[in-house]
Design a protein around this ligand. Structure first.
Ligand code: ADP
Ligand code: MG
Length: 338
């Protein structure tokens, strides 16, 4: 065989290998415990250099937003300080206003006084009395956050904030941006149930599971097959407490000051915008099925899977072809059309 034909064969073999591995390189993984969550970032790349940048970003975002850091912007605002915040913070704040508007106030980062009152910040859970609830609800409202053009932010009327319902989504987008800038074309970013995927999984769609929303059953209610998007689920089947034979979940209805309870047990949002998916999974969970469906009809940019307490799985039409129900979990599947 001539040298040039040998070279051609070697080139063809290399090309075939690249195609078989999705042109994406070797698998590298980082596992990080942050924000009370096990986070796992899996990349297919030539090396693992991008993962160090992701770890640093997780640290930065936690330090900026977390209520458990005394020096975070959030904690300083909650102590009554006026803070000159960086642009990222101001942008996130303005996004949160938008999500609050989109959900008719069901998503509201000023819900923190009631989150605290029910003990979800310390784990010392209790059912507050009505007077305490009324007092805390009286301090809720996005209008209680003041910011000016110089980036000075302060809280009014005893308001307190917490980005718990949107931080992992915000972070998912930041990590995706870092990886994309680093040339990573295939990755799975799993921030504890907040999933963002880049590209495909070795040439095929990523198959993302949606958990059975149950306190005592595990397994999948269904899966979605997707690429270049995010899949974020909210529900109260993991973080809750029981008292007097009743169950109280960690997602609050800012209007009543009680844990949201309206028949929905799980909301999954699929959107290329992970931050929006995180905010809306919480907000639509509070809003309830009927309101959630009308918000979906009016708002471009996302699809959803809603599960109600009778085990019915509602899937918006944009997911009809990529959603697979687990028939052992439920036989009741409804496709919602626009
Ligand atoms: P998880 O953090 O379990 O993934 P979510 O994204 O749904 O769940 O966020 C829930 C957290 O958001 C709560 O623990 C609380 O800190 C905060 N929160 C609770 N109710 C609301 C609400 N109505 N709007 C905004 N944030 C909320
Ligand atoms: Mg959320």
């Amino acid at each position: 065989m001539r040298a040039s034909s040998k070279k051609l064969i070697i080139v063809l073999i290399c090309l075939a290998c690249l195609i078989l591995t999705g042109c994406a390189g070797k698998e590298y993984r980082a596992t990080v415990f942050a924000m009370d969550t096990v986070m796992q970032i899996t990349v297919y790349a030539k090396d693992d250099s991008s993962l160090a940048l992701c770890r640093a970003k997780i640290n930065d975002v936690e330090k900026m937003l977390s209520t458990t850091y005394e020096d975070s912007i959030t904690s300083r605002l909650n102590r009554g300080e006026t803070v000159t915040a960086q642009e990222e913070f101001i942008d996130l704040l303005s996004d949160c206003r938008k999500y609050s508007g989109l959900t008719g106030g069901a998503f509201d980062i000023t819900s923190y006084p009631v989150v605290r009152l029910w003990g979800f910040t310390t784990g010392e859970h209790r059912v507050p009395d009505q007077q305490e609830i009324d007092e805390a609800v009286g301090r809720i409202g996005m209008d209680n956050i003041a910011e000016n053009v110089s980036g000075e932010v302060s809280l009014m009327n005893g308001a307190e904030i917490d980005f718990g319902a949107v931080t992992k989504g915000y972070l998912g987008d930041r990590i995706r941006d870092i990886l994309t800038e680093q040339g990573v074309s295939s990755a799975l970013i799993d921030l504890g149930g907040n999933i963002t995927v880049i590209g495909k999984n070795r040439g095929k769609d990523w198959v993302i599971g949606i958990e059975i929303p149950s306190r005592d059953e595990s397994g999948l209610a269904g899966t979605v097959a997707v690429s270049d998007t995010s899949v974020v689920t909210s529900g109260s089947y993991r973080r809750y407490f029981e008292e007097g034979g009743r169950v109280y979940g960690h997602i609050m209805d800012p209007k009543t000051g009680y844990p949201a309870e309206n028949g929905l047990i799980s909301v999954t949002i699929v959107s290329p915008d992970t931050e929006m998916a995180d905010a809306l999974s919480t907000g639509l969970y509070v809003a309830g099925l009927e309101e959630a469906v009308s918000i979906w009809k009016e708002t471009p940019g996302f699809e959803a899977v809603f599960i109600t307490d009778d085990g019915t799985v509602y899937v918006t039409e944009g997911l009809a072809s990529c959603f697979t129900i687990n028939k052992d979990y439920s036989q009741k599947l409804v496709i919602i059309e626009k």
